[in-house]
Design a protein around this ligand. Structure first.
Ligand code: ADP
Length: 399
């Protein structure tokens, strides 16, 4: 069975075609970027072949998807004989609100709910829905499945998701903590338990998904009980360009001083903040590390602030869970950046966290135990694979 996995953003489409028969295999993958701009970008990498990149205008999502499908069946470049060989399509959908505690096979009702949730996720859900509707036109007889970034966190207790604002805003507008990256948090926790031969139902786990977007989740007996992102993905940790938690009074003060309107505030906290804002150098941790090595103090400060906030959340979630068995690092930074992992885990011996610094220093992009054998809490890096989860969910639900 072949599954096409799509992640549609407002101006991009990430795609992966997977064969899910025995061991999952990625047949082809790539990205369509800068949709609607004068110069679009299309990349395509088929299994065992070189990556190709084409620059051409891509006016809208349906042209972008058409390009993907045509390439997949192209006699020279393609990996399929015909589009009939695509058996199902899985979509990454950002917001499932309170409607979707699970993935769902797409039907009229599911589409209506995804559309309604566009109110609270205007940057993501309309683009995700566009992807679904375009695929319905291009592959009308193929089942489609939506996998939500929020579903895993639907088990949060009410005391964890209600904000300290008038309750009517929850009732009227659904303003509450939802949390994101659920697919990844669930996947790495389960994968680690499988590797360790543990039953997740006995375990307390903290998962740190540290990428451009970053979030931390407290998992008790396999269920998410708290998570650092909120109503939107701007909450929680300081991120690449997102501010994370901050004093709302400070934001009001800046807005008054700089005479910012709501759009400008939105841009400030989503695009100009985080380690980019602190350092003035970059949102990319590799560039920050290079700048720090060259003596840039604000780059060092940005890395320190980032690690400090991760540490704070681990402490908070250890308290919420009443103990921790396992801390997992994942995402581009969590899997690769040994300096951040070391800085986070430093001086946490009282809690039972002790890194083997030598193993930590050489671990990149692999599933590895980083803690010393005598440490009370295991620390691991686990590679995440959100596309694989979406493909597995799609196989499960598309029959
Ligand atoms: P996204 O949220 O876009 O999926 P990723 O999970 O790909 O993000 O993470 C991107 C981040 O990971 C970037 O800040 C990048 O610098 C960082 N990163 C990737 N590889 C490394 C590496 N080898 N060392 C340090 N940081 C890395």
């Amino acid at each position: 069975m072949n599954v096409l996995v799509l992640n549609c953003g407002s101006s991009s489409i990430k795609y992966q075609l997977l064969s899910m028969d025995a061991q999952p295999v990625i047949l082809a993958k790539g990205i369509v970027e800068k949709i609607g701009l004068p110069c679009g970008n299309f990349t395509y990498k088929a299994e065992g072949r070189d990556k190709i990149a084409i620059e051409q205008p891509i006016a809208d999502h349906s042209i972008g998807m058409d390009l993907i499908l045509k390439t997949l069946v192209d006699p020279k470049l393609g990996v399929l004989r015909s589009l009939n060989e695509i058996n199902a399509v899985g979509h990454c959908v950002a917001h499932g609100g309170e409607y979707f505690p699970e993935s769902v096979k797409i039907d009229k009702e599911a589409k209506a709910k995804i559309k309604a949730l566009g109110e609270i996720a205007p940057l993501h859900n309309p683009a995700n829905l566009k992807g679904i509707e375009t695929m319905e036109q291009l592959l009308p007889s193929v089942p489609q499945v939506a996998v939500f970034d929020t579903s895993f966190h639907q088990t949060l207790p009410k005391k964890a998701y209600i904000y300290g604002i008038p309750y009517e805003y929850y009732e009227k507008y659904g303003v509450r903590k939802y949390g994101f990256h659920g697919t990844s948090h669930k996947f790495v926790a389960e994968k680690a338990c499988n590797l360790l031969g543990w039953d997740i139902r006995d375990k307390k786990i903290i998962t740190c998904h540290l990428g451009n977007g970053a979030s931390i989740t407290a998992i008790d007996k396999g269920k998410s009980v708290d998570t650092s992102m909120g109503f939107t993905p701007v909450a929680g940790l300081v991120m690449g360009t997102r501010a994370g938690d901050l004093d709302l009074g400070a934001l009001i003060y800046i807005a008054q001083k700089e005479k910012l309107d709501l759009n400008e505030i939105n841009t400030l906290v989503n695009k100009k903040s985080g380690v980019q804002g602190i350092s003035g150098v970059s949102s990319d941790f590799r560039e920050l590390t290079t700048a720090w090595e060259n003596g840039n103090e604000r780059a060092q400060l940005a890395l320190d602030v980032f690690a400090y906030h991760v540490k704070q959340y681990i402490g908070a979630y250890a308290a919420i869970l009443n103990g921790v068995d396992l801390v997992i690092f994942t995402g581009g930074i969590g899997e690769n950046d040994f300096y951040i992992r070391e800085a986070v885990c430093e001086n946490m011996e009282f809690l039972g966290i002790k890194l083997d610094k030598k193993i930590n220093a050489v671990t990149r992009g692999a599933d590895v135990t980083l803690s010393t054998p005598d440490a009370a809490i295991k620390v691991m890096t686990i590679t995440t694979d959100e596309e694989l989860v979406i493909a597995m969910e799609t196989v499960r639900l598309s029959h």
